[in-house]
Design a binder for this molecule. Structure first.
Ligand code: MN
Length: 679
């Protein structure tokens, strides 16, 4: 796109645009970048110009367009923020500086740390001025579109991973679906090229086959809606390839099982007509059981509103419908940007009633992000909480009075209890979930009505710290144990440490040199051994992390096995690929092949005592395969107890954390009595 076209398109929605100012910004950036080139050999100015063009879709204001044009100037050229301020004013200078700061997040040989820094900066800035983050998203989208010209494979991977883990969630958080899905598909292409190609082919073939059915479905719906005098726009909907792939991966189902073959969107003028349309569709086609969702009455946590239904359409073809108003549509495509820049009152005056709800929903998020930041102490916790509290899918459960309790996916009754009140959490004993008495560790589902049974004498269990999903519950449980005093926590800490050591076949903690000990104390922010044990007891320090401070992976898991036959990438599990990728990310100079070769594998003997029953081995194998843990050898033997069998597994893990996840997964299986490492 040329600058002339950008100006023309901007003028269409912004008649009072100062086009000379925009042109001046373009010329300023072009001259500043001089003869710099992009990786594809084009003049550098094409990048800011493309960033600007992406933002036109969001009908952004003049300052945002100018910021997009100037966004790489302070970083890559001799011109400074001061120069920008002189020419384009304080506001633009502030926005450009914001974008520049976001770009200064360098990789520090430590994935977690980098993610945290970027996430924090991004959020803090987005809270200051949304326009900064919009420019940054458009900038990253254009960089992803041109990623093929980056020649170093490690760099391509790093950028794709970073985009998938940081930028996609932010676009999702802000509800900017268009940018999110395009970015996601581009990342998919670079991170899992083979799967990407396969998925793309499947989608294209099935789209071709279904073209006729699609057309007659649209005609049919058009005519029935017309006969009921409902004005509607009908659109065919494209699903992102990555979302299809993810669904196949998670559910283990095939493409044809999960892909809703025809997906249509119906946009009507008001909420009444949404419900009427739903009724009309159900009169025309038989609806599929349990696939009707009312996100108008109960919007998703990101503010999304629509009615969903899936029906047996023409020739029995599974057909999915989304029904929504124009406002809901703008909101879902453009997210927060819709509120910022669109004049919704003009474009869709009729369903204005939905606006305040959506507005407060977004404000709620921003607040949540800031609250998490205050609540959690370490950077690691911050990211973990964000991933769980904000990005994850949500479940909506109910109190007996019918109040909605909104929790992250995977949350259990303990999270629910602490959400109600700290006292309820601290004294919880069991849960009545939709009329059934269940343990507190029970994972909740959307629609569950939960009543927490309390007992004034009951108190939290240290085990809870490893099973709760919300940072709120975790914080409150830690506070409880802190209040118990150091004597009790010392005793409990010692017990936790000893049972963890026993798991690895040690009977007491190794005595390191005083130098090593000092490093451990510093790492955990304590001054002596007693403090360390107390912190384990009160939950501040995770016992596994503590043990890992004293021992190497090798001391706990044994010598790594020789990594043989890693020659064909396709034969590797996805987990192993992820693993190799993180090694490449840690050292961009390393070739992919070298990374695969650097992978270490530990073969660990694990004993499992379990009640004898049909399907036990299958359950274990399933859980382990989900974690990418290979079972190298397996044996079963009898024990003195008649109903108890001992299973001896040799499993392959990458490190202690991987091993730990494997053990926890096995422990969670019904009828498993004991799991321990065999020497
Ligand atoms: Mn840029």
């Amino acid at each position: 796109m040329r600058i002339g076209t950008v100006i023309k398109l901007a003028k269409e929605y912004m008649p009072d645009l100062d086009d000379e100012r925009l042109l001046e910004a373009y010329e300023f950036a072009r001259d500043a970048h001089g003869d710099q080139k992009r990786n594809d050999g084009s003049p550098y100015i094409m990048h800011p110009l493309s960033t600007c063009a992406i933002l036109l879709n969001y009908k952004v204001d003049e300052d945002t367009l100018i910021t997009a044009l100037l966004h790489d100037v302070p970083e890559d050229t001799n011109a400074t923020i001061k120069d920008i301020e002189k020419h384009f004013g304080k506001k633009v200078a502030y926005l450009v500086q914001g974008v520049t700061k976001l770009s200064k997040v360098y990789y520090k040989h430590n994935m977690a740390e980098r993610q945290i820094e970027s996430l924090k900066r991004l959020f803090i800035h987005s809270a200051e001025d949304l326009r900064i983050i919009l420019v940054k998203l458009a900038d990253r989208l254009h960089n992803m579109r041109t990623l093929e010209f980056v020649s170093i494979p490690g760099k391509r991977l790093r950028i794709s991973k970073e985009t998938l883990e940081i930028y996609v969630p932010i676009a999702n958080l802000l509800g900017i679906w268009e940018i999110k899905s395009e970015m996601e598909d581009l990342c998919f292409k670079y991170i899992y090229p083979t799967d990407y190609e396969k998925t793309r082919e499947l989608v294209e073939t099935s789209a071709l086959q279904n073209d006729n059915i699609l057309k007659s479905t649209v005609r049919k719906i058009q005519s029935v809606l017309k006969s009921k005098r409902i004005k509607a726009k009908i659109q065919a909907r494209r699903k992102s390839l990555y979302s299809i792939f993810k669904k196949m991966l998670h559910t283990g189902k095939t493409f044809h099982d999960i892909y809703d073959l025809i997906a249509l969107r119906i946009i009507v003028t008001n909420i009444d007509n949404c419900y009427r349309t739903l009724g009309i569709i159900h009169q025309t086609f038989r609806p599929k059981h349990k696939r009707i969702k009312d996100y108008i009455a109960v919007p998703k946590v990101n503010g999304y509103q629509s009615l969903h239904t899936t029906v047996f359409g023409i020739d029995g073809t599974i057909t999915e419908f989304q029904i929504r108003t124009e406002t809901m549509h703008l909101e879902s495509e453009y997210g927060i940007a819709a509120h910022y820049f669109y004049d919704l009152s003009r474009s869709a005056a009729k369903d204005k009633e939905t606006m305040p709800a959506i507005f407060s929903k977004h404000a709620e998020w921003a607040k949540k992000v800031l609250a998490i930041q205050k609540e959690v102490s370490s950077d690691y916790d911050f990211v973990a909480s964000l991933k769980f509290d904000v990005f994850q899918d949500r479940i909506f459960s109910f109190t007996p009075k019918g109040d909605v309790i909104d929790l992250p996916f995977g949350a259990n009754a303990i999270d629910f209890a602490y959400h109600i009140h700290t006292d309820v959490g601290d004294h919880a004993v069991s849960a009545d979930v939709s009329g059934e008495y269940l343990p507190l560790s029970t994972q909740l589902k959307t629609g569950d009505t939960v009543k927490i049974i309390t007992d004034p004498k009951a108190h939290p269990d240290r085990e809870w710290l490893s099973i709760v999903k919300t940072s709120h519950a975790r914080t409150k449980i830690k506070e409880y144990f802190k209040r118990q005093g150091s004597t009790k926590n010392y005793k409990a800490g010692l017990q936790l440490i000893n049972s963890e050591l026993a798991m690895f076949g040690y009977d007491k903690l190794k005595k390191p040199t005083s130098e090593v000990l000092q490093t451990i104390f510093e790492k955990f922010n304590v001054t002596n051994m007693k403090g360390l044990i107390v912190s384990v007891g009160d939950g501040t320090i995770n016992v596994k992390n503590m043990i890992h401070g004293f021992y190497t992976d090798e001391e706990l898991l044994g010598k790594p096995a020789v990594t043989d036959n890693i020659t064909n990438k396709d034969l590797l599990s996805r987990h192993r690929m992820d693993r190799a990728m993180s090694i490449v990310l840690g050292n961009e100079e390393l070739s992919e092949k070298a990374a695969y070769e650097a992978l270490q594998i530990y073969r660990v003997n694990v004993s499992i005592d379990a009640n004898d029953r049909v399907g036990m081995l299958r359950d274990i194998a399933m859980k382990l395969s989900r974690l990418g843990v290979n079972i190298y050898k397996v044996g079963v033997s009898n024990t003195p107890k008649k109903h108890v069998k001992k299973m001896l597994l040799k499993i392959e893990v990458y490190d202690l954390d991987h091993f730990d996840r494997a053990v926890r997964a096995i422990k969670s299986i019904k009828d498993v009595i004991r799991v321990y490492k065999d020497r």
